[in-house]
Ligand binder design. Structure first.
Ligand SMILES: Cc1cc2nc3c(=O)[nH]c(=O)nc-3n(C[C@H](O)[C@H](O)[C@H](O)COP(=O)(O)OP(=O)(O)OC[C@H]3O[C@@H](n4cnc5c(N)ncnc54)[C@H](O)[C@@H]3O)c2cc1C
Length: 402
């Protein structure tokens, strides 16, 4: 049998992890990665909180729960093998009031079901021992939650892929996916991007994933609706006020985790991200307005259903968008000594969040095969934590090449 030819669209952490896994699992396979940018990992994979999630929040039995648990162990091992920074700084999810306790206990139950290592509920006194400047009546403590640099991990995947002789084609924007009898052809602006057809294509296109799915004949739902998340770096003189990660109890109606204190692997302390609709899928400056991207969600009935249902949450988030003082105030509820800390804007991330036509945000990962093309249609957080497990799942369970 001749060697199988597989293409991966998207050189983010997921696309690169899939390409690497295919090469590791199958000696007789030829893999090519097509990335539209001039380098790998320029989108979500380098604009995130850098947290290796331990698996606290996810519905037991879901893909997220399973792949996050496997992924966190694989990422830890990978960082150790390749001498990449990995800091198990731990995380507190803090309840400030009695009415948050049922949610906290619910997360605890899920954490236990998901096998989160060493997870426990701590009282106010213990919160003070773990994070001396943090207040709260109870918290969930996950000592094994860690921080990394996902961009560096993705770069390392790329090094391995190239070293093993496979190609990562940069500046290769896939605009058409044509499935014929002898395989799949990828085109960019009317031209084939390669010579022979591929036996299989895996699309890991993040913020563009619904568009890639649509051009290959898959269903238009779920749709990607971009939500940006702004981060601020706090004044260096205050960064030791927080030792690790401090999160609020998340709003159960919303999949985002709320503004948190996140220690970065370079030692900086950040606050963020908030969550608000982005006027462009790749609008990192926040100053552009992409008519196609905005039109796409404005014309989507699901967006309006979502918007109407979430007016209070939207107004809360809007406050933190308009004013950095309000942003800091939100976070300083947990660490009052930082109420007046000076902050400077840091990176803005844009989440590729899938939404259904009924206005619900898709919570679980969505990865599905449509003929010879497999699409990663929803891989929000903990998508980076789970990347190596997503790669195993696609390679061994969805493709399952013999
Ligand atoms: C604000 C924020 C915070 C987050 N925090 C965390 C966290 O702490 N921990 C965690 O585990 N996860 C976190 N995540 C989620 C995580 O970053 C993503 O799940 C992960 O990076 C997704 O990787 P990806 O490769 O699927 O997508 P991306 O990194 O977005 O890569 C997709 C790639 O596809 C390319 N592409 C798109 N269209 C085409 C095309 N037509 N042709 C060729 N190439 C194309 C893009 O250029 C891009 O390089 C966060 C995300 C955000 C936005």
């Amino acid at each position: 049998m001749s060697a199988r030819r597989v293409a991966v669209i998207g050189g983010g952490i997921n696309g690169l992890a899939v390409a690497r896994q295919l090469m590791l699992d199958h000696a007789r396979i030829s893999v090519a990665v097509f990335e539209k940018e001039s380098d790998v990992a320029l989108h979500q994979s380098s604009h995130n909180s850098g947290v290796v999630h331990a698996g606290l929040y996810y519905e037991p039995g879901s893909l997220k729960a399973r792949l996050c648990a496997r992924g966190r162990d694989l990422i830890k091992e990978y960082c150790a093998t390749h001498s990449l920074p990995y800091n198990e700084c731990g995380k507190l999810v803090v309840a400030l009031s009695e009415d948050e306790l049922p949610h906290l206990e619910n997360i605890f139950r899920k954490s236990v079901a998901n096998g989160v290592p060493n997870i426990r509920i701590v009282d106010a006194e213990e919160i003070g021992k773990i994070e001396p400047n943090c207040i709260g009546i109870k918290a969930l403590y996950s000592p094994r939650t860690a921080i990394v640099n996902y961009s560096r991990i993705a770069q390392q995947f790329a090094i391995e892929i190239r070293r093993a002789g496979s190609e990562i084609r940069l500046n290769a924007n896939v605009t058409r996916i044509v499935e014929a009898n002898d395989g799949v052809v990828l085109e960019g602006d009317g031209e084939p991007l390669h010579e022979a057809a591929f036996d299989h294509v895996i699309s890991c296109a993040g913020l563009q994933s619904d568009r890639l799915a649509k051009i290959s004949g898959d269903s238009p739902d779920p749709k990607i609706v971009p939500f940006f998340g702004q981060y601020y770096v706090i004044d260096r003189a205050f960064r030791d006020h927080v030792r690790g990660l401090i999160y609020p109890v998340p709003d159960p109606r919303f999949p985002f985790l709320g503004v948190h204190f996140t220690k970065r692997i370079d030692g900086e302390m950040t606050i963020g991200p908030n969550a608000f609709i982005s006027f462009g899928r790749e609008n990192y400056s926040g100053r552009c307005f992409n008519l196609k991207d905005v039109g796409d969600f404005l014309l989507y009935p699901g967006f309006w259903r979502f918007a109407v249902r979430n007016v209070p949450v939207t107004l809360r988030e809007l406050k933190t968008v308009i004013s950095d003082v309000a942003f800091v105030r939100e976070a300083a509820k947990y660490v009052p000594s930082l109420s007046n800390v000076a902050v400077s804007p840091a990176v803005r991330g844009i989440r590729a969040q899938a939404m259904m036509g009924n206005g619900s945000l898709v919570d679980d990962f969505v990865i599905r095969r449509c003929g010879r093309v497999t699409h990663v249609r929803n891989a929000p957080s903990p998508g980076a934590t789970s990347s190596m497990a997503i790669a195993e799942y696609i390679t061994r369970e969805i493709l399952a090449f013999k």
